[in-house]
Structures are given as structure tokens and as C-alpha cells.
Design a protein around this ligand. Structure first.
Ligand SMILES: Nc1ncnc2c1ncn2[C@@H]1O[C@H](COP(=O)(O)OP(=O)(O)O)[C@@H](O)[C@H]1O
Ligand SMILES: [Mg+2]
Length: 269
């Protein structure tokens, strides 16, 4: 369905997405309020916004984990709004905040990679782990400098949080997805490990020229990464900075820029 990408179409187009949780009850909450956003092929867009702004909900709608009440999701001009998570997984890679979510703990590093390589394909086939694949997976891991390439049969559950996030990143990008979704994927890590995982992120995104949507709470990361920066508030895009407006930012200027556009909470790094 999305099998013929059209490079002239935007990588992603969200058109007036709407989601209301607990509609008609006292807990009613509009999480996405006619949210529209278009990403060009190769854009690395960073998303910031206070807790509850709708960031994860937006990613859930893009991945297919949530159906919107209204609006449309297009990948390269193809309407995927009602395509299942499984069908979309062939085109979308995702890494979550929790290192436990991106990898299968009871499978080895190489088995995890083999599984990721077959994502979106027919199930029920045995994991193909010939010598050639083993070598290829080890070669893919070696540049990250974690020594994982010599521990390919170690269970993913035995790895540290940072190691699992690097493995999860590699798994999410192995099939060169048309879109990589990162939901605060370094927020659970200590600062040194977060930096290592961000270096790995940069390497993967640059090598594969991926289109990326990355949520972060870290203002310095929001400044250092990507060519576009958007701020969500109450389920809408409130600020959208590209090019020179983005490259010139400091944490202070970012705070000033967003003052008035968002609430205090958002502005604290
Ligand atoms: N599954 C859900 N059920 C009910 N309310 C939800 C659900 N997911 C998110 N929400 C609500 O929607 C709003 C946006 O949440 P979320 O997208 O997780 O925000 P963010 O990721 O920006 O912190 C919040 O008010 C949150 O409580
Ligand atoms: Mg979130």
C-alpha cells in the first residue's frame, strides 16, 4: 500500500488530527486538537512541550497504536490512517523511553536484530541466523564502541539501559524506515549514557538519511539536534522553527522565544 514511495510527497503529513480521551465524562481531555504537521523527506524534527501536551499521543497516532477521532495520517502521500500497527511497522521505526520496550530480553543480541530485520514480514519463519548475518550484525554494532559485537549471543536482558537503547535504535532503523520515531529515548538514562545514545542516534540518522521525529525534555538536545524544532501545547503545534531560526538558538534564546507561546513548565531545561 505504501510500497511505492513518492519522493516528491512529504515523508509525513498529519492533517487535523483529533483525539479526545474520556469524551463526555468529567475527565474529558482533548489530547490532539486539530493538529497538523508536514515533514519533508530527510527532516530531523525535535518536539518539545510540557507533560500532557500531546507529544506521545501524536506519535501513537502516527505509529497506528491509537486511532484518531478525526483527521488523517499520510506517509509519502499514502493514507495510512486506518492501517494496523503491524502493517505500518515496515515503514516506521520507533524507540521508547523505557529501554525494556524496544528489545526482547529473553532473546540474544543477534536474535533481536534478526527479528527486527523481519519486522512487518510474515511471522512463523525461523530466525535466519547464518554466519553471514551474524557477521553483518556484528559489523553494524562495532562502530558504536560498546563492545557488543563480541557478545552477540548475550541475552538483551543482560545489557545495561544504554546498551539496550543503542540496540533498540539499531533494530528500529535496520530496515531503513521511512520515518523514525523517538519518544524521549534517553530520558531514563544518566547524562553520560544519554550522550552516548545521542551520538549513536546521530550516526544512524546521518548514515541512513532518515526522516526523524524526536521528542525530548532536554533543551540542550533540542538545540543540538535536528534541523527543525516544534513545541506542542494543548494538542497543537505552537512554535515551529526551521533553518537559521533553529541553528542560532541557545537555551536562553529558546526560553525567550517560547515565552508567551507556551507555559512556564515547558521552559525549564
Ligand atoms: N490512553 C490514554 N487514556 C486517557 N488519557 C490519555 C491517554 N493517553 C494520554 N492521555 C492524556 O492525553 C494528554 C496528552 O498525553 P501525552 O500525549 O502522553 O502527553 P505528552 O507525551 O506530551 O506528555 C494528557 O492529558 C494525558 O493524560
Ligand atoms: Mg510523552
Amino acid at each position: 500500500m505504501v510500497s511505492s514511495p513518492d519522493a516528491t510527497r512529504p515523508a509525513l503529513r498529519l492533517d487535523k488530527l483529533r483525539i479526545t480521551f474520556h469524551a463526555g465524562t468529567p475527565d474529558e481531555r482533548v489530547a490532539l486538537d486539530d493538529l497538523s504537521l508536514t515533514l519533508a523527506e530527510g527532516d530531523f524534527t525535535v518536539v518539545i512541550g510540557s507533560n500532557g501536551a500531546g507529544k506521545s499521543t501524536m506519535l501513537n497516532v502516527i505509529s497506528g497504536a491509537l486511532q484518531p477521532d478525526g483527521g488523517r495520517v499520510e506517509l509519502h502521500g499514502h493514507d495510512v490512517t486506518h492501517l494496523s500497527v503491524h502493517r505500518r511497522a515496515a515503514y516506521i521505526g520507533r524507540v521508547f523511553q523505557d529501554p525494556m520496550l524496544g528489545t526482547a530480553p529473553s532473546l540474544s543480541i543477534e536474535e533481536n536484530l534478526a527479528l527486527a530485520e523481519r519486522r512487518g514480514q510474515r511471522r512463523g519463519l525461523r530466525l535466519a541466523l547464518g554466519a553471514a548475518n551474524r557477521k553483518r550484525y556484528a559489523d553494524l554494532l562495532a562502530p558504536f564502541g560498546l563492545g557488543l559485537e563480541s557478545r552477540m549471543r548475550v541475552l538483551a536482558g543482560k545489557l545495561s539501559g544504554g546498551q539496550r537503547q543503542v540496540l533498540a535504535l539499531l533494530m528500529a532503523s535496520l530496515r531503513k524506515p521511512r520515518l523514525l520515531l523517538l519518544d524521549e529515548h534517553t530520558a531514563a538514562l544518566d547524562p553520560g549514557t544519554a550522550e552516548l545514545v545521542m551520538r549513536a542516534t546521530r550516526r544512524i540518522v546521518d548514515d541512513d538519511r532518515l526522516t526523524v521525529l524526536m521528542i525530548t525534555h532536554n533543551m540542550q538536545q533540542a538545540i543540538d539536534f535536528g534541523n527543525r524544532l516544534i513545541a506542542l501545547n494543548a494538542g497543537r503545534v505552537r512554535v515551529d522553527l526551521h533553518g537559521e531560526d533553529k541553528t542560532g538558538l541557545t537555551v536562553d534564546s529558546l526560553v525567550r522565544r517560547f515565552a508567551g507561546a507556551s507555559d512556564e513548565h515547558l521552559l525549564r531545561a
